[in-house]
Design a protein around this ligand. Structure first.
Ligand code: FE2
Length: 257
């Protein structure tokens, strides 16, 4: 059987959350999606609040992944400890609350989801994401394993894809908010894309008001991030996974406006 897995790019601000609430359920029905992973670390622009995690679940997310802004909102800390469906990067050091890997039921099968953070230009204090993936894959494994690699450098993301090729079902990049046109299936059967894109305002700099971003680059004080106004998009990738192999047979970019 072929399972359709939807990976949704970083949800930005209340506008992004609302767009997801408006479109995700109907899209899942339309495309017969069995399991959905949503990156939510920008739901409050910098971080996510507990009630927004609930909003993402009611919108249709099965698992919510995070990234460099995991602890942007301190209110999320206890939720990270209590909620197995909310993942933060697994290669955070041992002192960080929460978990970065989980195995979840999906009908008759199980799906493992791993969240990792990159170190190139992003998080220099994190443990090595490559060896962290090795360690986690040595433990209990599900039929399918999905990896959200929250990273800045396309080199680090591609290297991770090739490193895990044939050992996991799909690897996708998040964090840069701009979708890449390199969705593909690697030689040993792992589905891959360097970045999913984002869920939030179309006319924006990565979801933020353009004027505010420009002010920052001019050397001024950009102030607290404000989500841009206007129409939104929901970007991601559908990975078609084959239950007879645990590997990927199709990858399609989607952009719902
Ligand atoms: Fe990020």
């Amino acid at each position: 059987m072929i399972y359709h897995i939807l990976a949704v790019g970083d949800v930005v601000g209340e506008q992004g959350v609302k767009h997801l609430e408006r479109h995700l359920r109907s899209f899942k029905k339309l495309r017969d999606i069995h399991f959905t992973v949503v990156n939510g670390e920008n739901a409050s622009n910098v971080g996510i609040m507990p009630d927004q995690v609930e909003q993402l679940y009611s919108a249709g997310a099965d698992v919510v992944t995070l990234g460099n802004h995991t602890f942007g909102k301190q209110q999320i800390v206890s939720r990270l400890e209590d909620d197995p469906y909310l993942l933060r990067p697994a290669n955070y050091t041992g002192r960080a609350p929460g978990r970065g890997y989980g195995i979840f039921d999906c009908g008759h099968i199980q799906i493992g989801v791993m969240n990792l953070i990159g170190r190139c230009g992003l998080d220099f204090n994190a443990d090595n994401p490559f060896t962290t993936a090795d360690r986690l894959l040595k433990g209990e494994k599900a039929l399918f394993t999905l990896v959200d690699f929250h990273a800045e450098a396309t080199s680090e993301k591609l290297a991770m894809g090739y490193y895990l090729d044939g050992r996991v079902s799909a690897v996708w990049g998040t964090h840069t908010h701009v979708p890449t046109a390199d969705e593909q299936i690697f030689p040993k059967g792992t589905g891959y894309i360097s970045d999913l894109g984002m869920t939030g305002p179309i006319r924006s700099v990565l979801g933020i008001r353009p004027e505010q971003s420009i002010e920052g680059f001019l050397g001024g004080l950009p102030g607290r991030y404000q989500t841009a106004d206007g129409a939104c998009k929901m970007q991601g990738v559908i990975f078609d996974l084959d239950s007879s192999t645990g590997l990927c047979v199709g990858a399609e970019r989607v952009d719902i406006r």
